[in-house]
Write a protein of this length. Sequence first.
Length: 244
Amino acid sequence: MSEITRVAVVTGGTSGIGAAISAALQQAGCKVAAGYVGNEEGAKAFHAKTGIPIYKFDVSRFYECKAVVEQITKDLGTINVLVNNAGITKDVMLHKMTPEQWNDVININLNSMFNMTRHVIEGMRDQGFGRVINISSINGQKGQMGQTNYSASKAGIIGFTKALAQESAGKGITVNTIAPGYIKTEMVAAIKPEILDQIVAGIPVKRLGAVEEIAAAVVYLVSDTAGFMTGATLAINGGQYCSG
Ligand code: CAA
């Protein structure tokens, strides 16, 4: 990493893929703030283990995000790395889906992109440096039965990334998407075992991904050497979906 101090915020940063990202960025020399909303005990345990400060806020609420960005800026400095990782699933076929199941997923997975990035982008533009990394999904690329809400939100992230990358390139800011496949997390563990077996059988490498395999890509995107990569979608999915 270069002389520019990286101050990173990772939403959903205390569990699953997000926890691995927070830890890897800390290891790479960033000052890291990890966001969480529900699992207080898990977040405290993560803090106790890593020393990474934790912040409780809801990424679907614009002004809560504003307040926490201001607090983190006071505590750690101007935020120049944002990892929009927080996300949920509410899997159900569309013909049974409620407006709540639709709206919750869109608000948390997609509207969060605006709610968080809006508050850090001006600081990055002023600093002439920034890294925004948005965590999408293989299911935003290929679609997935039972996930019209999730697939729509994750596909939306890819469009958001490409547009913001073009807006920001002249200001030293890169904006990229990572689209993980099925990774060994609690989210994936919640899939019915017989369906999960079917999914793993369809992954050419014949296993779930590891959280560290996503975190390593984030560390790369945050580095100076990744300065020429922007607007890209990194598909890390064991060959399950080979996108162009
Ligand atoms: N791949 C292949 N077949 C699937 C499937 C999948 N992902 N999901 C469901 N099916 C099949 C089932 O095997 C079943 O087939 P049969 O009728 O031949 O037995 C059929 O679809 C209906 O499935 P259910 O009996 O489970 O029907 P349901 O109405 O109770 O539930 C469902 C439907 C909501 C789609 C449920 O099956 C489900 O949750 N599937 C998993 C969906 C999924 O892959 N979610 C990913 C979560 S992890 C994640 O999102 C992280 C990420 O970014 C990758």
